[in-house]
Design a protein around this ligand. Structure first.
Ligand SMILES: [Zn+2]
Length: 172
């Protein structure tokens, strides 16, 4: 992220309170009382607003003496997004349903870790997605594809879409 763009704290806090995955990678939430920083979508209980400071990146938060949260691994966001898109490309290019180990290798993760990551991002397992893509049960297939497309969208965008989503919500 461009460090020249100041963080709109009000939008950032709104994103944190709704655990907006689209904002992951746009900024991190530093909690001064615990000394930890999180991605905006962290599932942990929300800190009090007055204890929060926003940083443009994990590196900036670390410089301020904070440590990455073990629960949401805020420094993993861009690596996860890349791994995810590599795995999707692999599924799309495959003839049948690719093996989990094969997909994990393409993504650069262990099979266990990759399975968890994919499920967390899309709500379905890699095998469910791969099968749905080849399924003749059109409705189910469409619903699963929709969720994966949303996940791709969420993983693929940084700050602009994060705050754009917020602005759009206000207008709507
Ligand atoms: Zn966290």
């Amino acid at each position: 992220m461009d460090a020249e763009i100041p963080i709109d704290e009000e939008s950032a806090w709104a994103a944190v309170t709704r655990r907006d995955k689209r904002c992951d990678g746009s900024f991190v939430t530093g909690v001064l009382t615990t000394g930890i920083y999180c991605r905006p979508s962290c599932a942990a209980r929300h800190p009090r607003r007055e204890n929060v400071r926003f940083f443009g990146s994990g590196a900036e938060a670390a410089q301020a003496g904070l440590r990455p949260c073990l629960r949401c691994s805020p420094d993993e966001v861009s690596r996860e997004a890349e791994a995810f898109s590599r795995a999707l490309a692999h599924i799309d290019a495959a003839d049948g349903v690719p093996k989990l180990a094969e997909l994990a290798r393409a993504a650069g993760y262990s099979p266990h870790h990759f399975h968890r990551l994919f499920k967390r991002m899309t709500g379905v397992t890699p095998a469910e997605y791969a099968r749905a893509k080849r399924s003749r049960k059109v409705e189910r297939s469409l619903a699963i594809n929709r969720r994966v497309i949303d996940a791709v969208y969420e993983a693929g965008y940084g700050a602009p879409s994060c705050f754009y989503a917020e602005a759009k919500g206000r207008l709507g």
